[in-house]
Write a protein that binds this ligand. Structure first.
Ligand code: DX5
Ligand code: ZN
Length: 216
């Protein structure tokens, strides 16, 4: 099985967003990863729904929306209105995660739970059967182009084991510092999907960079 590649448009050239989205439409990317930040849950602000409305219109690929915000459940209708395929919410931002996951599903999207580098995989035991995907952060969220945290490979292995033990169908996605070298090790450890920002958009040929990741 080839890995799912979900390029993060956080690293795209916002002056030429339409051009970059057309490149993604032509590419072997399966999804488009969208990072929404609020300056509270993470120390940065990215883009909001008025901009994403146009991203959704131009993208022919399913949207993999990653909310790095407090109270993400408030924005279920807005994410739904984008036509998103996946809505990722942070474990650390949701005291009532089980309810939020149900609400996302009821809204007709695939629910995914995201864990920060310091959040243990074991905490997912009671939610793992309810989610479509777990997103493992391999950097502290907030910025593109950060250095990969090595321990993430071990976390993917642990998560793969938890999924097998519980009979969950959840996919494993990894986000942060993914390139051909770290990507290959993540796939070997059991990752199904890779988010890549810098490794795609800073490459001389982004379409080729996506193809290379997909063929790892
Ligand atoms: C980080 C975001 C990532 C980011 C990844 O907070 O969640 O999706 O865009 O960028 P790279 O691949 O450059 O680490
Ligand atoms: Zn992300």
């Amino acid at each position: 099985m080839k890995p799912i590649i979900s390029p993060s448009i956080l690293s795209a050239d916002f002056g030429y967003l339409a051009r970059d989205l057309e490149m993604l439409n032509r590419s072997e990317a399966e999804w488009v990863h969208i990072d929404i930040m609020d300056g509270v849950f993470v120390p940065n602000i990215s883009f909001g729904f008025p901009v994403l409305k146009y991203v959704a219109k131009l993208s022919q690929k399913p949207l993999d929306v990653h909310l790095m915000i407090v109270q993400p459940e408030k924005f279920i209708p807005e994410v739904k209105a984008l036509g998103a395929h996946i809505m990722n919410v942070h474990y650390e931002a949701c005291p009532h995660l089980h309810r939020v996951v149900q609400q996302i599903r009821e809204a007709g999207m695939q629910p995914a739970v995201t864990i920060n580098p310091a959040t243990p995989v074991a905490l997912l035991k009671d939610i793992i059967r309810e989610v479509y995907m777990v997103l493992v952060m391999s950097v502290n969220p907030g910025f593109g182009g950060q250095k990969f945290i090595e321990h993430s490979v071990e976390k993917v292995r642990e998560l793969r084991e938890l999924i097998a033990q519980t009979g969950s169908q959840a996919l494993i996605e990894v986000d942060g510092g993914v390139n051909q070298e770290t990507g290959a090790r993540l796939i070997e450890a059991g990752a199904d999907a890779l988010v890549a920002g810098n490794a795609v958009f800073s490459a001389p040929d982004p379409e080729e960079a996506i193809r290379a990741l997909r063929n790892l």
